[in-house]
Design a protein around this ligand. Sequence first.
Ligand SMILES: Cc1cc2nc3c(=O)[nH]c(=O)nc-3n(C[C@H](O)[C@H](O)[C@H](O)COP(=O)(O)OP(=O)(O)OC[C@H]3O[C@@H](n4cnc5c(N)ncnc54)[C@H](O)[C@@H]3O)c2cc1C
Length: 556
Amino acid sequence: MPRFEPDLQYTVSALSNQTDQRYKSLKEFDYIVVGAGSAGCVLANRLSADAANRVLLLEAGGRDLNPWLHVPVGYFKTMHNPAYDWCYLTEPDEGIAGRQLQWPRGKVLGGSSALNGLLYVRGQPQDYDRWSELGNNGWSYDEVLPYFKKSEDNQRGADHFHGIGGPQKVSDLRLRRPIAEHFIRAAEEQGIPFNEDYNGTVQEGVGYFQQTAYKGFRWSTARSFLRPARKRHNLKVVTGAQVARLLLDGKRVTGVEYQHGGSLQQANARAEVVLSAGAINSPQILQCSGIGDTRTLSVVGVEMAHHLPGVGKNLQDHLQIRLVYETSERTLNDELNNPFKQFMVGLQYALTRTGPLTLAASQVVIFTRSSTAAERPDIQFHMQPLSADKPGDGVHPFSAFTASVCQLRPYSRGEVRIKSADAFTYPEIHPNYLSDERDCNVAVNGIKVARGIASAPALKSHIIRERVPGGEYQKDEELLDAARNFSQTIYHPTSTCKMGKDDMAVVDERLRVHGLQGLRIADASIMPEIVSGNTNAPTIMIGEKAADMILADNCG
Ligand SMILES: Cc1cc2nc3c(=O)[nH]c(=O)nc-3n(C[C@H](O)[C@H](O)[C@H](O)COP(=O)(O)OP(=O)(O)OC[C@H]3O[C@@H](n4cnc5c(N)ncnc54)[C@H](O)[C@@H]3O)c2cc1C
């Protein structure tokens, strides 16, 4: 287990419910933020920057004291660990051969940013322009770019697309392996251009990921946004506090009821409650509070407070199809399976903060098109110089790399639905993967693009064979079968409380819940459509913009 340098030791005693004696007995705040995840920590910081605002941040999980939460590769230890992960399991899903998938979600200060794959990706400008075209004024790319830059402190410096001096550290990888270089050359041989910065002028191309890390440590939003605010006397952070329901006075949300230390407690918000509990829990809290589709709620016996049929609907995710190639070139599998090399890996990290322990979930990224018909990149590759049966499992006992491909803008839509009025019972998650024929076509073509790269000269001579799905899968219907059987989530659920103007929208363009006062939602659930890339940076941006709007709307 790595030791921490004193200045990086994240002591959060000030973040517990003993934060400030002056606030210990307080039950009334200006703002209550529910969930200290990617968006919630941003909100807690920005809203409490003005000492006149009294802010309460409630987090169901605990403090982030485990060192593995701060070592980049620590997700292998924290994912699927109920101490830090909600450990959701999806319902059996016809589109993926009836399988159920584990859906980790962070349950700790930092939320999912504390156990995610660290990949820093914003998506395509057209994603945000599309949000704006759907009627969400203020969300075009030009309008959200300043918020991406505001949060950012990029190791490469500032330019038109990037910021420095923000709380969120973004840096280059501290690990390179030859097989990754071969993969990049092979992609170039297939006509995919090298791209130094997929968050810059264009997204399309092949290159190395940037990550939310600094000097070899993970930079979760707890680390980046919460820690600098921890000494503010007007911010109270309570961990181990799970919000059960919202308190309503007619159509006005006045506070929350939460479980803490074995008892139910209440806190009141004079201005607003902000739900930042993520794409599973934000709709769940709404539904348990009687806000949702009348039919869904009446089935489980929740008393209706406000009919809002879109709550929990419109669920989207990126489904990745993982291809595993056995290689003659040695990969990280060989290092991680050898006790002596494992020791050296630990030593390298201890001495230089480099090497495999700084591993983000992937090294090489490709954004490209699954067919010539695609107007812009519609698939993304994550390439890792290692392989396992599934993320978080031990690596294979042979040299291999993984190239997973996902569709960036799936058409399939799922749902999150409570199955009990009890706020502590997990909701049902129905992803409905590959339920739209267009997604099936992209899945098949994505495997073909992957095989094209694997057969390019720069890579072919290093490959012994395709292990997963394997050469026996050739015809289109067989490839679709492979997609249904060998796919996994990339952990990007979004859009269950979508922003918009239509009947299924849950929040408006200022993230206020339709038809209610005193309640906003700011997290991955508000995305009208999932972005073309990983979802952490966009969610931090949502937190930044939400804070700005809340402060503007409540001034004076
Ligand atoms: C394993 C994994 C790997 C990922 N890899 C990447 C990646 O490499 N790059 C990337 O960009 N994205 C990645 N993601 C996705 C990204 O991290 C999420 O999209 C993002 O963190 C979502 O932020 P959020 O604020 O919506 O929710 P979260 O960050 O999940 O925060 C929600 C918070 O609310 C708390 N909460 C929930 N319910 C309650 C309640 N009732 N009361 C009080 N608190 C509550 C939770 O405990 C949690 O702390 C990954 C996610 C996971 C899980």
